[in-house]
Each structure stands twice: as C-alpha cells, then as structure tokens.
Design a binder for this molecule. Structure first.
Ligand code: GUN
Length: 279
C-alpha cells in the first residue's frame, strides 16, 4: 500500500512546474531519530524531490534553529519544513514548531494546522494519523458508528488521531486512554478499532480485544537482542505473537504504520508544492 501511494506521488509530482522540496532539520544524536530521518530522505530522493537535510549539533542554541527556519520559510524551492522531534531539553519545542510557516508545516504540528484540523477545515494532517486513516480506508474498514479506542494522547499521534476519528463523515465514537486510565482492558474490549500509541511494548495483548477487532500498532520500541547485528529488534506496543489464531487484524512492526507515516509526509509535501504553485 505504501509503495503504491509513493508510485502515485511520483507520477503526480512529475506534472508540477518544479519538483516538491522538503527540508528536514535534525538536532539530535538519538539513534531512532536518525533512522526516521534517513527513511524520510530515502523516500524523498526516490521520488526525485528536492531534499535538504540539516543535521545540527546537539548543542545548537534555539536562536540558530529559529534563524534556519526563517531562511527556509522564505526559500521558494522548499515546500515542506520538518523538525524531527524530540528536540534536546534546552530547546523550546513549541517555539520551534510555531516558527514554521503553517503553509510549509508538512508535519501538521503548528497551532494553525492543529486548530484547522480540530474545526474540520483544510489542514496539513500529521503523517502518522493520516497514514492510519488511509490504511483503514484501503482495507475497507468502516469507521462510521464504530468504537475507536486510542491508547496515548501525544500531540503527534493520539490527539490528532482522535480529532480525525471524530470528524463528520468519519463518525467514530472515540475514547482516548492514558496512563491513568482505570481498567484499560474494559475500554479496549468494547472497541472495533484499537490504536495503540503508548510507547511501551506489551501495552496490550490478545486478551484486550474482541473478535473481529482491528488493531493498529503505532509502537516502535527497540528491544535489546544480542542475536541481531544491530543489537536490538523492533517491537510494537502490542504483543503481536499473542494474536496468533485470533480473529483480529493487526498491523505489524516493522513494516506497518511507519511506512505509511513516511508516505504521508511525501503526500503532504506534494500537496504543499501544488498549493504553492497554485495548481
Ligand atoms: N518524532 C516522532 N514522530 C515524528 C513525526 O512524525 N515528525 C517529526 N517531526 N518528529 C517525529
């Protein structure tokens, strides 16, 4: 599905007057962030987009990042600006995100896009929730009238996911759980769709879901494993193996939501390029 979407994006982007341009800023030595940024670069290069990567030293001050964003905001070759999160603790994440022009905010994290999504206006939709909506639609999974339980309330996944699911036309009944939720299982057992974005392996297993349910696993946890070349293996937030033999559809990790997140970033960048070329 992700490959098919990327192939479509490639075709569409060839019809523009100029190539879509994506700028990615990474201010971290965090190994996972480096991997995510590399995947984004690979996709952008494969599509023939203009791709600029700014890898800043962990000690970079806030003013340096803000002035780079200012430059990219007024750079006509660049349609999308992405600052990989998390940022080091001495940098104010909100200040950085708010500096990105909403017209180039292909992550959909700026207050303007968050607000527009919330009130059902045209907006850049954060890539992971957008990818999940596309996945459900691709596999013909109905949302109208369904009970959707989201585990996790982050700005990147949980909150925008809830906003999308609540929208008119999507029409799900949404429950958003967090670490203080009493009896998580009682909530998930009534769900037609469980979206688990808790950031902890084993947050749910097969005993948390009813027959016929759909589980979307957003987790991306590195589990130490000396038998692997890298010294770790990736695991989602759901105990995937426990679902064996159950009548449940579940997305794998790796090879699931992550691929769609990257594809949706490319989709948002193409969309921005189109808007900025007034097509
Ligand atoms: N960190 C984890 N997920 C994301 C994402 O989708 N975008 C950015 N910018 N940072 C992230």
């Amino acid at each position: 599905m992700a490959d098919a979407i990327l192939a479509d994006i490639k075709k569409e982007s060839c019809m523009l007057r100029r190539k879509p341009g994506l700028a990615v800023i990474l201010v971290s030595h965090d190994a996972a962030s480096q991997t995510y940024v590399r995947k984004k670069e690979e996709a952008a290069v494969m599509l023939g987009f203009v791709h600029r990567q700014y890898t800043l030293d962990e000690g970079t001050d806030e003013a340096g990042i803000l002035s780079l964003i200012d430059k990219l905001n007024s750079d006509d070759e660049i349609d999308g600006i992405l600052v990989q999160l998390p940022l080091p603790p001495h940098i104010d994440e909100s200040k950085v995100i708010e500096r990105i022009s909403p017209e180039k905010d292909v992550d959909g994290f700026s207050p303007v896009n968050v607000g527009r999504l919330m009130i059902g206006k045209d907006a850049f939709i954060p890539c992971t929730p957008k990818g999940i909506m596309r996945t459900l639609s691709y596999y013909g999974i109905a949302t109208s009238g369904s009970n959707v339980v989201i585990i996790g309330r982050s700005n990147i996944v949980g909150k925008p996911m809830a906003a999308l699911m609540m929208q008119k036309g999507i029409d799900a009944t949404v429950t958003v759980c967090n670490t203080k939720t009493k009896d998580l299982r009682a909530h998930t057992l009534s769900a037609d769709i469980v979206i688990v974005a808790a950031g902890h392996p084993g947050t749910i297993d097969e005993s948390y879901v009813k027959d016929g349910a759909v589980v979307i696993d957003v987790g991306m946890n590195r589990i130490p494993d000396s038998s692997k070349k890298k010294g770790f293996r990736l695991a989602g937030d759901a105990d995937y193996d426990s679902f064996e033999g159950r009548d449940v559809s579940i997305t794998p990790v790796p090879g699931g939501v992550g691929l769609m997140t990257v594809a949706m970033l490319m989709d948002n960048t193409l969309e921005s390029a189109r808007r900025r070329q007034k097509l």
